[in-house]
Design a protein around this ligand. Structure first.
Ligand code: GLV
Ligand code: GLV
Length: 305
């Protein structure tokens, strides 16, 4: 009897190609607002599954999925999985670390520069006027050169951002996960978040932290939305406490705070940190390879629990 692998979305085809033949692969259309009940129905037959960051793999879902023995989460982050419940139930969980470090660091620099140099405003102006006018005082932003970048979280991605920022002539000050933030908050001209979302990092950047930042500083977040108190961030942006923000992630995805949508001093992207052909393909290969290894009785290579 073949094992059944459920793909909860359309992943790059390499995932299916690596699994088909040896296993029964059931592929579902991508759905980013899947409820627990929908997911339970989907996982009914699954021995293993490749899952999306937006799939709520709660204790209830895991307990209701009788055959499920392995989840390959198609992301480096796994805050959508109740890891403790998985451990207790003996369900193996893997992720896709490493292959999205460069892509996410590049997107962080993209947001940083786009906000500082008002790239989106400039693009909108050229499209709406059909003209390109050079004026001494028009669309002035700020230079990254000589500014201090505060990096919260010095894992793979945070370190890759530091390296890129130094190449732009920025001073970099980093703080490791769990260390006090006071100095980095007080020093950074731009603060960039690179910690995973956990109970400890939820609202790490709260109203109080935003108040401790330099007036007129910027925030960049390519990590997880709930690490920042989004309402407090909107207040800080509206009051001028922060001059701008570059966001790839939001507190209530797929929803985006309407206050952010109304601001011109923020650049908003739809969670595309890992969205390169190279990276998404590599993530699919890693997830499928670990599923195949696990079902063949070999140890997976990227184990969370
Ligand atoms: C994306 O956000 C990831 O964790 O891979
Ligand atoms: C991601 O790969 C990280 O740990 O920073």
């Amino acid at each position: 009897m073949k094992y059944t692998v459920v793909l909860t979305a359309e992943y790059p085809s390499v995932a299916r190609d690596l699994l088909a033949g040896e296993f029964d692969v059931i592929e579902h259309p991508t759905e980013v607002e899947r409820s627990e009940d929908d997911l339970i129905t989907l996982l009914d037959e699954a021995d293993a599954a490749i899952t999306l960051l937006s799939d709520p793999l709660t204790r209830r879902v895991l307990e209701a999925s009788p055959n499920l023995r392995m989840i390959a989460n198609y992301a480096v982050g796994y805050n959508n999985v109740d890891v403790e419940a998985a451990r207790e139930l003996g369900i193996r969980v893997t992720n896709t670390p490493g292959v999205l470090t460069e892509a996410t660091a590049e997107l962080t620099m993209t947001l940083l520069l786009a906000v500082l140099r008002r790239v989106v405003e400039g693009d909108a102006e050229v499209r709406s006027t059909g003209r390109c006018i050079w004026e001494p005082l028009h669309l002035l932003g700020e230079s990254a050169f000589g500014k201090t970048l505060g990096i919260v979280g010095l894992g793979r991605i945070g370190s890759a951002v530091a390296e890129r920022a130094r190449a732009f002539g920025m001073n970099v000050i980093g703080v490791r996960r769990g260390e006090p933030l006071d100095e980095v908050l007080a020093t950074a001209d731009i603060l960039s978040i690179h910690v995973p979302l956990t109970a400890e990092t939820r609202h790490l950047i709260d109203r109080n932290a935003l108040q401790k930042m330099k007036r007129g500083a910027y925030l960049v977040n390519t990590a997880r939305g709930p690490i920042v108190d989004e309402n407090a961030l909107c207040d800080a942006l509206e009051s001028g406490q922060l001059r701008g923000a570059g966001l790839d992630v939001y507190e209530h995805e797929p929803g985006v705070n309407p206050r952010l949508l109304a601001m011109r001093n923020v650049v908003l992207l739809p969670h595309v940190g890992s969205a390169t052909e190279e990276t998404r393909g590599a993530m699919a290969r890693i997830a499928a390879t670990d599923v195949a290894r696990f079902l063949r009785g070999q140890p997976p290579l990227h184990v969370v629990v």
